[in-house]
Design a protein around this ligand. Structure first.
Ligand SMILES: Cc1cc2nc3c(=O)[nH]c(=O)nc-3n(C[C@H](O)[C@H](O)[C@H](O)COP(=O)(O)OP(=O)(O)OC[C@H]3O[C@@H](n4cnc5c(N)ncnc54)[C@H](O)[C@@H]3O)c2cc1C
Length: 459
């Protein structure tokens, strides 16, 4: 499907409904949940009532071939509050990992358990990072060992969204000691499984309405069925990895694949924060007067706003492109997913910082939401791959494609052979227009008019 910026009627309506939800149900309580650092259960209930908290909703959006539904939804939700937004979408991250690794039977079993139903909500967590290393997967220490029909998991996880309070924990662990981080698998650990310990809920700078925790896995026993993808698939994948290791080659991991797929989704969340701050500071700068005029009349105030608006739109285009690529199976050969996440997270930090500066003393106190947005935005240059890691992914990808031209040059063209012969800019059209112009005194008016349509600028 071709990349198209025009939203469909359904996308337009989805964005409108998500915006109304963010405006009416999230913004009014955002500060309260942030200050109390409390999980926003009533807002999750309302999200579920409105159909925004269900596995089918996310599967539907992920399946959209335009790729735009998911980032449009995320941006509106996170425009309301990133902490509450994270609490709402955390199960979707776990679902994405399950979707990539699980058998269809496992998907049917666990997807409903990640969300529950209105009145009986459930939570899910994706537990990858460890105290010794978030960026460097080689430091992964969590192990899973087969014991009869079960697996026994031992390890330590850090910064886990919904960790310890989730009904479903999707956990990665090394299953092949020799392969180390290349010999990983994903398991489902249900909440309340003996040995799964919530060590502490973490006290955070921002996104404080979301629950983030340190977890320990002390001899956690799960049935073999909880290995996502099943034993046969694991054996096949380990054999491939052993072969690759013997040949000195690289092979990807399910875990890293999950992050690659979710990066445009996270970029869209950062855009929601950036847009909220841009709108707020622009409105403020229009109304606030200093030295007898609105402060926006000063280029020192308005030029940074212009620069940020430009960068936010650029980041949104990168995000929508990456999302469209993911939806259409176009591989991120030049690190396009990471480009989106890098651009969106960095512009969110710059915009929220500038919003505080634009509002002066009012920006620095909690009477206005911009100080909170600044704290929230900072998370986005850290989780789901830090900005430095995104730069590593992009530069490695560019190194691998070794100076190939940009994506559009490589894409399969649309329009077919007729378009190739007679489409705009083709030689045939050029020659027809030139001949018509040369013979203008001899050619009947209507024919000349038709030919010259090519030369006329579009309306
Ligand atoms: C609020 C919050 C929520 C989170 N939610 C989850 C979650 O739900 N699930 C989950 O699994 N994880 C989660 N994380 C973890 C997050 O993904 C990690 O914190 C992140 O990947 C960074 O890892 P680290 O903290 O170990 O930093 P490190 O990897 O130790 O990095 C420290 C610094 O060194 C830089 N650095 C490292 N290596 C290089 C290099 N080669 N070149 C240049 N610079 C480098 C990094 O960019 C960073 O600036 C969350 C984190 C936070 C703060």
């Amino acid at each position: 499907m071709a990349f198209d910026l025009t939203p469909t009627a359904a996308q337009h309506d989805l964005a409108k409904r998500a915006h109304e939800f963010a405006q009416d149900c999230i913004r009014p309580v955002a500060q309260q949940y942030d200050q109390a650092q409390e999980f926003p259960w009533p807002v999750l209930e309302e999200a579920a009532e409105r159909g925004f908290y269900s596995p089918l909703f996310y599967r539907d959006l992920i399946g959209d071939p335009t790729g735009l539904s998911l980032p449009m939804f995320m941006e509106e939700l996170f425009w309301g509050c990133a902490g509450i937004g994270l609490a709402i979408v955390m199960p979707a991250l776990a679902l994405s990992a399950i979707g990539q690794a699980a058998t269809p039977e496992q998907m049917l079993q666990w997807a409903p358990e990640c969300f529950g139903t209105p009145g009986d909500l459930k939570l899910a967590a994706l537990a990858i990072s460890e105290p010794e290393g978030g960026s460097d997967v080689r430091n992964l220490r969590t192990r899973a060992v087969r014991d009869g029909d079960d697996w026994i998991i031992d390890g330590h996880k850090m910064w886990i969204g919904n960790g310890g309070i989730a009904d479903v924990h999707v956990v990665n662990a090394v299953v092949d000691q020799e392969l180390g981080h290349r010999g990983q698998a994903l398991f489902v650990v249900p909440g309340g499984t003996p040995g799964l310990q919530l060590v502490r809920k973490l006290d955070k700078l921002g996104c404080r309405a979301s629950h983030t925790a340190e977890l320990k896995f002390d001899h956690v026993r799960v049935p073999a069925d909880n290995l996502l993808g099943g034993m046969e698939k694991l054996e096949r994948s380990l054999a491939k990895r052993r072969e690759a290791a013997r040949n000195g080659g690289r092979s990807g991991s399910v875990t890293l694949g999950t992050f690659e797929q979710t990066r445009p989704m996270v970029a869209a969340q950062a855009l929601g924060i950036a847009r909220a701050a841009l709108e707020y500071m622009t409105t403020y700068a229009n109304r606030r007067e200093a030295f007898g005029a609105p402060i926006i009349d000063n280029q020192g105030v308005s030029f940074p706003i212009a620069d940020l608006a430009t960068q936010i739109d650029a980041a949104r285009l990168l995000t929508w492109r990456a999302s469209w690529m993911a939806a259409n199976g176009v591989p991120f050969e030049r690190g396009e997913g990471s480009m989106a996440k890098l651009a969106a997270s960095e512009v969110a930090v710059r915009t929220t910082e500038r919003a505080i500066q634009t509002m002066g003393g009012w920006g620095y106190i909690t009477d206005h939401p911009v100080e909170k947005w600044y704290r929230d935005a900072k998370l986005y240059t850290i989780f789901e791959g830090t900005s430095e890691i995104q730069r590593i992914v992009i530069s490695h990808a560019l190194g691998a494609v070794d100076g190939r031209p940009p994506l559009h040059v490589d894409l399969e063209p649309s329009g077919g052979p007729l378009n190739k012969m007679f489409g705009r800019g083709t030689e045939v059209r050029g020659r027809a227009a030139a001949s018509a112009l040369n013979m203008r005194d001899h050619v009947p008016g209507p024919i000349l008019k038709a030919a010259l349509k090519i030369l006329r600028p579009p309306r």
